[in-house]
Write a protein that binds this ligand. Structure first.
Ligand code: FES
Length: 164
């Protein structure tokens, strides 16, 4: 059931577009930002507000890697797996991260602190291999740099810090 507050926000977003259909992505962001991921209920609710079949909303969700169908870690670390980054060792970095954390792609660690994902080109190929932590870029990744990054993020979480 959609809360009145969220319905209001959704209607405000829809009013900002000349064509209602253009609002689907911002609405999905709204749901994901507030719930952490897009559940079946979230997809059904966005579909209801948009007047679209849920299957069409699901198609949009599965097209964009920025949308997640499962809860992620507090720090979601993504590594680019496109060509320039792959040539510079991006896929090894991804494997390294998954081994270090003992998780599969888009699966949170048992403590809920981390998850690891793969993304396509982030348009920073000259800084390959590239990644991002909660959408904040991190460039020229190395296994040692990734280990430091994990330690820093863990320390930040233990210190009560928020964000990436
Ligand atoms: S290929 Fe990775 S940022 Fe372009």
């Amino acid at each position: 059931m959609i809360s009145e507050a969220r319905r209001q926000k959704a209607m405000e977003i829809i009013r900002g577009f000349p064509q209602k259909s253009s609002a689907v992505i911002p609405l999905l962001h709204l749901w994901q930002d507030e719930e952490g991921y897009l559940s079946d209920d979230a997809i059904a609710e966005v579909a209801e507000i948009m007047g679209m079949p849920p299957a069409e909303v699901q198609e949009v969700v599965s097209f964009y890697s920025m949308f997640h169908r499962r809860p992620l870690g507090r720090y979601h670390i993504e590594v680019c797996r496109s060509l320039s980054c792959a040539l510079m060792g991006g896929r090894d970095i991804l494997d390294h991260l998954r081994r270090r954390l003992g998780v599969g792609l888009n699966e949170p660690t048992p403590d809920g602190l981390f998850s690891v994902g793969a993304v396509e080109c982030l348009a920073r190929c000259d800084l390959a291999p590239v990644g991002q932590v909660n959408l904040e870029y991190t460039d020229r990744l190395t296994p040692e740099g990734v280990d430091r990054l994990l330690a820093d993020l863990r320390a930040r979480a233990e210190g009560g810090g928020a964000g990436a």
